[in-house]
Each structure stands twice: as C-alpha cells, then as structure tokens.
Design a protein around this ligand. Structure first.
Ligand code: ARG
Length: 259
C-alpha cells in the first residue's frame, strides 16, 4: 500500500535529508536539537491543540466528542467492541505525568472501507475527557487555503515516532494537481490533498488518523482532513493525502450518535 511504501533509493533518502536540514537550519539551536515530528514542523505549545489525541496503535486522532475520537480507518482493524486501544490526551509530551489516558470500548470503521477512500473511523472511550473537541467541516466551504497538521509521527521517511507533538502548515492542493502525482489512486470525492510543490513539509508515518484543520470565519478550528497516505513523506511533487471530512460529515455524525 502507498502509505507503507518505503523510500525507493539512497538518492531519495539523501534528498529528503537535505530538505529537512535546510528547513531546520533557520531555527534556534534548542529547537534543532530535537527531531521534528511531522516533516518540516515545529513544536506545538502545551494546550495549543487541546483536541489532539495519540492512539496506542501508533496513530493520531482528534476529539470529536469528549468520549469519541475521530481517526483513520486504516488505523483500526474493524468494527465492534474493543478495549485494546489507549488514547492519550491533554499533553504535547507523551511521557508527561499529566497525560490523560483512557481506554477504548468500541471501534467503528467506516462502512465499506476497503483501503481506497473512506479512510475514517471512530473510537468510543470508556469515559469522557474534559478537553475541547474539534468541530468537523460539514460543507466544502473551508476545503481551501492553508491548513495546520499535527502529530507525533515520524520526522522523516523511515524515522522514529516522536515524544513531543509537532505542527506544520501546508497549503491546499487541488484534485487535478494531486492526480498528476497519484493518478487513479486518488479518490477525489473522498480525499483532499495538501503540501508544497517543492515538498519539505508533510505528515508522515504515525501521523495517520490525526486532523488537518484550519480556522473558520468565526476563528474556531475546523477539521477538514484526516491524515491518510502519501508517496513517502514531504517529497517534491507528492502532496499528502487526507480524508475529505466534509464528504463524510453526515456519516460521522450518524455513526457517533449510534456509538
Ligand atoms: N499512512 C501513514 C500513517 O499510517 C500516514 C502517511 C502520511 N503520508 C504523507 N506523506 N502525508 O501514519
């Protein structure tokens, strides 16, 4: 599967490394010392994105309700009772003693999910987490502009998972442009792309399931995407691919109500 493809050669690895170093070199030494989760990102401040959740299978997620996490279908195994997932919330540092950790009780994977599109899932928590939730886009009105992505995933292709939450800004990429990279692998109605033409900033393995979001006209954060897949990470000409939340908003709301 595309999302699991490893870099195809040393040249690409070196190129990716060079991009990462270039992006990091303008930052203060203290920031340089730490690896940067989300390729080309910077550290999120404690409390900056209070709805961010880390899931124990190695994915991200966002609080859709106080006791429901929205994540990616490819992060879960199917639907039904499931007490094996731990959600960690309320901290940028996953090792902080202040972290809130809550077990799952149920999982709902998008009906009809088969690895192409429909990459969303809900996880019901054993108890509510008292933190702000993230609203989801219910129309296409905000499927444009510059988005924020955040996660504890790899800082570069093949890199390790991260202790501290990082964030990055990535611009919208239209379907026609994104199709130039991915052809028929892209499901335009189900997926929305983001990234710079020259690469360098992207989500990566372990960020999956986490939100891509922006501010709406009232200044509130609104989730427009779910980290799904890409060819490698942060490669030039290969944007990140995200589930298009507005497409699934009604399905998500209905599923959450029935969880
Ligand atoms: N599928 C990956 C995961 O499970 C996310 C990959 C995102 N890749 C990208 N180039 N934006 O964590």
């Amino acid at each position: 599967m595309k999302s699991l493809r490893k870099f195809t050669g040393l040249r690409r690895l070196l190129a990716a490394g060079a991009v990462t170093l270039a992006a990091v070199s303008i930052q203060p030494l203290s920031a340089q010392a730490a690896p940067q989760p989300v390729v080309g990102g910077t550290r999120a401040a404690q409390g900056e994105f209070p709805f961010m959740v880390r899931l124990s299978m190695g994915c991200g997620g966002a609080l859709y309700a106080k006791d429901v996490v929205l994540t990616a279908a490819h992060c879960v195994n199917g639907s039904g009772s499931n007490t094996s997932i731990t959600a960690t919330a309320g901290v940028v540092d996953l090792q902080s003693s202040g972290a809130t950790k809550v077990r799952s009780t149920k999982v709902l994977q998008a009906p009809g999910y088969n690895g192409k599109g429909k990459d969303w899932a809900l996880i019901k928590l054993a108890r509510p987490i008292e933190l702000p939730t993230l609203k989801i886009a219910t129309t296409t009105a905000y499927n444009n502009g510059t988005f924020t992505v955040a996660g504890w995933g790899a800082a570069r292709e093949g890199g390790s998972q991260q202790r501290y939450l990082l964030k990055a800004a990535v611009p919208f990429v239209d379907d026609a442009t994104c199709r130039q990279a991915y052809g028929s692998d892209l499901v335009p109605g189900d997926e929305i792309c983001a990234g710079f033409p020259q690469g360098g900033v992207d989500t990566c393995q372990g960020d999956s399931g986490g939100p891509m979001f922006r501010k709406d006209d009232t200044g509130a954060y609104l989730q427009v995407g779910i980290v799904s897949w890409g060819e490698g990470c942060a490669r030039a000409g290969y944007p990140g691919v995200y589930s298009e939340v507005s497409t699934f908003a009604a399905d998500i709301a209905r599923a959450a109500a029935g969880l």
